[in-house]
Design a protein around this ligand. Structure first.
Ligand code: ZN
Ligand code: ZN
Length: 157
């Protein structure tokens, strides 16, 4: 009794890896048992009946909205339904946006302390906040893309 699960490593956070996984997911899915669907209907939770690994199926919006599978930690299906795992495809888009942002903005530090309470960094030019808090504030106000919603996957920082 063997299953194909061990051939699949965590998806590298680049576009090509997602594309490859989309191509292989249909075959892998045939080996898996469906445990749950989330309310939106986009995400599904699977378990391999042979090795017991858990998998989430999601759609990669920037890759033609195609479905792909990625391994997740074991989880209670009811808990998972309330909040599925974050998706590698969204992490890729998110980090591309952030990289682009950092490239276009050079954060010059001033001598003024950051206004955020109990922060010991110095504010960046044209802001009253340090780089970290400036970015957090932009994400808060939706001026920047925020890290995707979902349970953190241990493979990605
Ligand atoms: Zn398996
Ligand atoms: Zn600060």
């Amino acid at each position: 009794m063997s299953c194909p699960c061990s051939q699949f490593l965590p998806i590298e956070l680049d576009r090509e890896s997602v594309r490859k996984r989309i191509n292989k997911s249909r075959r892998l899915k045939r080996e898996l048992e469906l445990l749950a669907k989330d309310d939106s209907g986009e995400h599904k939770l699977f378990k391999c009946p042979k090795c017991g690994k858990f998998w989430q199926a999601s759609r990669a919006w920037s890759w033609g909205n195609e479905e792909y599978l990625f391994e997740t930690p074991s989880i209670d299906p009811a808990e998972w339904t309330a909040l599925p795992f974050e998706q590698p495809d969204e992490l890729i888009v998110f980090s591309a946006v952030m990289r682009d942002y950092y490239e276009r903005n050079s954060f010059e530090t001033t001598n003024t302390p950051c206004r955020q309470e109990s922060c010991s960094n110095f504010a960046i030019r044209y802001s009253v906040l340090c780089e970290e808090h400036h970015i957090a504030k932009l994400q808060d106000g939706r001026g920047l893309v925020s890290r995707p919603v979902g349970r953190r996957l241990p493979f990605y920082k």
